[in-house]
Design a protein around this ligand. Structure first.
Ligand SMILES: [Zn+2]
Length: 51
C-alpha cells in the first residue's frame, strides 16, 4: 500500500486527499526528490568535459 502525500498550496497542510478540506482547494503532489545535489554536480561534470 502506497500513499501519495499531497500538500495544499493555500494553507500548506499535508493530506492524502485531492482537495484540502479546509480551503476546498486542489492539493498538489509532494514530489520526492528524484536526484540528489550530488547527481546534479555529476551532470555538470559530464557537461564540462574538456575539449
Ligand atoms: Zn488548505
Amino acid at each position: 500500500m502506497r500513499f501519495q502525500i499531497r500538500k495544499c498550496s493555500e494553507c500548506g497542510r499535508y493530506t492524502l486527499k485531492d482537495e484540502c478540506k479546509k480551503c476546498n482547494k486542489k492539493t498538489m503532489l509532494v514530489h520526492p526528490a528524484k536526484f540528489s545535489p550530488d547527481d546534479k554536480y555529476a551532470r555538470l561534470r559530464i557537461a564540462e568535459k574538456p575539449n
